[in-house]
Design a protein around this ligand. Structure first.
Ligand code: UDP
Length: 151
């Protein structure tokens, strides 16, 4: 079982797509382990996007990520990090496959609906960045979709 971080970006909140996007992860069979709305600060954004700090669009991304609050979620399941990245699709919404979240809802590189952790190492760091231990919950789902570990 893995846990991964998803951020519903300001473009998602502004466009009224919160329910639609959460529903995609839910219907896939991932289990929600934590969720909250927060306003991202420049400090946390500089840390979160540190791998892009030399890029010309660094400040632009930080500005776009703080125009309104975001929703941070932790999704859990077998191979959850890979599964969520697959559901999100390619970074550039114009290249993302139809059927993926970005492919269905984004025409932009920057305003691409969600952030999703890209590896187990990043997921662990990112979940610690956005959640305290007591904000993530272990519980059993009746349908056990997220726990198909043996197939
Ligand atoms: N981004 C951008 N222009 C680019 C590349 C990335 O505005 O040329 C933004 C975009 O919002 C992306 C985020 O920076 O989601 C982080 O980029 P990364 O390469 O980590 O892509 P991701 O993992 O989000 O697909």
């Amino acid at each position: 079982m893995e846990k991964t971080l998803v951020i519903l970006k300001p473009c998602t909140i502004q466009r009224g797509l919160i329910g639609e996007i959460i529903s995609r992860f839910e219907r896939k069979g991932l289990q929600l382990a934590g969720m909250k709305m927060i306003w991202l600060t420049d400090n946390i954004l500089s840390e979160h996007y540190a791998h892009l700090k030399e890029k010309p669009f660094f400040q632009r991304i930080k500005d776009a990520m703080s125009v309104c609050p975001v929703i941070v979620c932790c999704w859990e399941g077998v191979d959850a990090i890979h599964v969520v990245r697959q559901l999100a699709g390619a970074t550039n919404g114009r290249n993302a496959q139809p059927g993926t979240i970005r492919g269905d809802f984004s025409m932009s590189v920057q305003e691409n609906i969600v952030h999703a952790s890209d590896s187990p190492e990043t997921a662990a760091i990112e979940l610690k960045r956005f959640f305290n231990d007591d904000e993530l919950f272990d519980y059993r789902m009746n349908n056990l979709l997220a726990t198909y570990a043996n197939d």
